[in-house]
Ligand binder design. Structure first.
Ligand code: XBP
Ligand code: MG
Length: 250
C-alpha cells in the first residue's frame, strides 16, 4: 500500500463555495464600475463556469453570449483592468469574512498537518484570491500551511490542462502516486487525473451533474462528526480523515 505524503487541493468550489456568491458578484461589481451592462445571474454563471480563469471567462462571455457588443480598440487591456477590479471586489468580500470553508476542510487540513503530511494548492484562480481566502477563512497564517501554492497565470494552460498540477508536483518534488488531489469539477478532475493524481471529488450545486469517472470517491462534502458526507458513487456515509483516505488507496 502506498503511504500518502501530500494532499493537493483545488480552491474554488473545493475549499469553499466561492463561485456563486463570491466570484460572480465580484465580476458584476467590476462590470458596473466600468459602466458595462453585463450582468451574470446564477444560471448564466453556471454556463460560464465551463471556462476556467476570470479573464478567459469574460472573453468567452463576449464571444458566445454578447454578439451585440462591439469590442473597443484595446479590448485586451479592458479585460485586464476589469479583472483587476474584480479581484479587488472579491478579496474585499473575503476580508469581510464573506465565505466560510466547506464542511470538513479545516478538520482534514488540521489532521494532515499534525500528521506531517505536506499540503499544496493547485488552482486557476488569482494568487491574491487564494491568500485572502486562506487568511480570512482558515487562519491568519493560513497560506503558510501550504508548502506550494500553484495559482492563476503561473502556467499558461489552465484546467482542464494538467499543467498546474504538474507544476505543483515538480515544486513539491513528489510523484503523483504519493499524493491525493481534491477537486469539485469536471475541468478540475480532468486536470488532476491528467497529471496522474488519484482524486477525491466533493461536488457542489454547480458541479453535481458533471462526469467524475475515474475519481476514487465522489462525495457531497468531506463530512463532519454529526454531519457525515453522502457518497454519490455508492451507498456510504462517513467522514473523510487520513485513515479513510489511506483505505481508499490501492
Ligand atoms: C476556478 C476558476 C476561477 C475563478 C475565478 O476554477 O475557474 O476562474 O472562477 O478566478 P478551479 P479568477 O476551481 O477549477 O481552479 O477571476 O481569479 O481567474
Ligand atoms: Mg474548483
Amino acid at each position: 500500500m502506498n503511504t500518502l505524503k501530500a494532499l493537493l487541493f483545488d480552491v474554488d468550489g473545493t475549499l469553499a463555495d466561492t463561485e456563486r456568491d463570491g466570484h460572480r458578484p465580484a465580476f458584476n461589481a467590476a462590470f458596473r464600475e466600468f459602466g458595462l451592462d453585463w450582468d451574470w445571474d446564477v444560471e448564466l454563471y453556471g454556463k460560464l463556469l465551463a471556462v476556467t480563469g476570470g479573464k478567459e471567462r469574460m472573453r468567452h462571455y463576449v464571444e458566445h453570449f454578447r454578439p451585440d457588443y462591439a469590442r473597443p480598440a484595446g479590448f485586451d487591456a479592458l479585460v485586464a483592468d476589469l479583472h483587476k477590479a474584480k479581484t479587488r471586489h472579491y478579496t474585499r468580500l473575503l476580508a469581510a469574512g464573506g465565505i466560510p470553508l466547506r464542511p470538513g476542510v479545516r478538520r482534514l487540513l488540521t489532521e494532515a498537518r499534525a500528521a506531517g503530511l505536506t499540503l499544496a494548492i493547485a488552482t486557476t484562480t488569482t494568487p491574491d484570491n487564494v491568500t485572502a481566502l486562506l487568511r480570512h477563512s482558515l487562519a491568519e497564517d493560513g497560506a503558510d500551511w501550504f508548502a506550494v501554492i500553484a495559482a492563476g497565470d503561473i502556467v499558461p494552460a489552465k484546467k482542464p490542462a494538467p499543467d498546474i498540477y504538474l507544476w505543483a508536483l515538480e515544486r513539491l518534488g513528489l510523484n503523483a502516486a504519493e499524493c491525493l488531489a481534491f477537486e469539485d469539477s469536471e475541468n478540475g478532475i480532468r486536470s488532476s487525473m491528467g497529471a496522474g493524481l488519484r482524486t477525491v471529488v466533493t461536488v457542489n450545486d454547480y458541479t453535481c451533474d458533471h462526469d467524475f469517472g475515474g475519481a476514487i470517491a465522489v462525495l457531497s462534502d468531506l463530512g463532519e462528526a454529526g454531519a457525515p458526507y453522502r457518497r454519490l458513487d455508492r451507498d456510504e456515509t462517513g467522514v473523510v480523515d487520513l485513515a479513510r483516505l489511506q483505505a481508499w488507496l490501492p
